[in-house]
Design a protein around this ligand. Structure first.
Ligand code: FAD
Length: 320
């Protein structure tokens, strides 16, 4: 089922975002997480995609080796495994970073054959060390370019269509796409207006809904939706929520994601004696946000679970 078909205005639905396990870990932890979350009848489970990282390793003899590693492979396999084991709709994330257009097309062909037709299409994070995003020369620079590649496939246009007699009557795919939006603007965007301009470009290119970056003040989200509508972006906007869980989040979340922790929440985090207290506070705050969003009739709430669902389970139990 298309994800937007769940957003029929009757009730606020749920989506949960999971990370693929670290390389070498079994899929068991993913299943345990879903076993905890499935009782809430989510519209879908999202699975993140992670690009390669450059790491410096010191060998036993003391010499240094620079390596490129992929810590969390398996997005396509995990999406298929969840879909087939639980019958829940899955939304693998597809990113530009680290991939050539050809590799992306191959992954999309695999997903199509596996019966997975919902995707969240993203540019991907910057380099872990520098924070700067660099596309591969044979890859895409912006999410909109990836949206266009996938929409071309939906029209039966594959990368090698121009080679005479190579593709015999190519079959159109049926992918349905979501994209990311930023209630406080993307950290690289010079301003909200330009960020909304490019968000609209993604929607005009074929994206059918938007999932937002985390935020900690619902009025920021409502203001964002209003500005989207004024800019002519009329697709469903799904709020993304992440409960604060450790004291470090106070600096980490604004620093890495460009989001604001409101003064009231920041004060309460500072007053916590331990991370355990921050964890409890995060549940309280996110429950309050969830209740407000549900009351306002948002199409769904997207929870960033980080594959550690205890706090999310408690929030959802309280509010839904
Ligand atoms: P884009 O839409 O390409 O925008 C990036 C920046 O470029 C913005 O500042 C925008 O204003 C600007 N821009 C856009 N198009 C153009 C253009 N044509 N010309 C000039 N400027 C332009 N990251 C991962 O690596 N893996 C994941 O699984 C993942 N999942 C996510 C899920 C959600 C719900 C969200 C909100 C984010 C997720 N991210 C993930 C993080 C995301 O990849 C980063 O936020 C990334 O920095 C931007 O991605 P984007 O798709 O919004 O990029």
């Amino acid at each position: 089922m298309k994800i937007t078909d769940y957003y029929d205005g009757k009730a606020t639905r749920l989506s949960f975002e999971l990370l693929p396990p670290l390389r070498g870990s079994s899929i068991g932890a993913v299943y345990s997480t879903i076993d905890r979350l499935k009782e809430f009848n989510p519209a879908c489970i999202n699975i993140t995609y992670h690009r390669e990282e450059r790491v410096t390793i010191q060998r036993p003899d003391g010499s240094i080796e620079n390596r490129i590693i992929k810590k969390r492979p398996g997005t396509v396999g995990i999406a298929a495994a969840i879909h087939h084991k639980y019958g829940i709709d899955v939304v693998p994330h597809i990113i530009c970073g680290g991939f050539s257009k050809q590799e992306t097309e191959d992954a999309l062909i695999d997903l199509d054959f596996l019966g997975i037709h919902n995707l969240l299409v993203l540019r991907g994070d910057g380099d872990k060390g520098t924070g700067v995003f660099r596309a591969r020369p044979d890859g895409h620079t912006y999410a909109v370019d990836l949206v266009r590649q996938i929409m071309d496939m939906n029209r039966g246009i594959y990368l090698d269509n121009y080679l005479d007699n190579y593709l015999d009557n190519p079959s159109p795919t049926t992918f349905s796409l979501g994209v990311a939006g930023y209630p406080e603007k993307h950290y690289e965007a010079p301003g909200m207006e330009s960020d909304l301009y490019y968000l609209k470009m993604k929607v005009d290119a074929g994206a059918e809904y938007i999932v937002t970056q985390m935020f900690f003040d619902n009025s920021v989200f409502f203001g964002f939706v209003r500005r989207c509508r004024e800019a002519g972006i009329n697709v469903p906007v799904v709020p993304g929520l992440k409960p604060v869980a450790i004291k470090k989040h106070l600096d980490l979340l604004p620093g890495v994601f460009g989001v604001t922790i409101p003064d009231e929440l920041a004060g309460q985090i500072r007053a916590c004696k331990s991370d355990k207290d921050v964890y409890r506070l995060g549940i309280e705050w996110a429950s309050m946000q969830s209740a407000g969003l549900k009351k306002a009739g948002v199409p769904a709430i997207h929870y960033y679970t980080m594959s550690r669902p205890d706090n999310i389970v408690e929030i959802v139990k309280r509010v839904f």
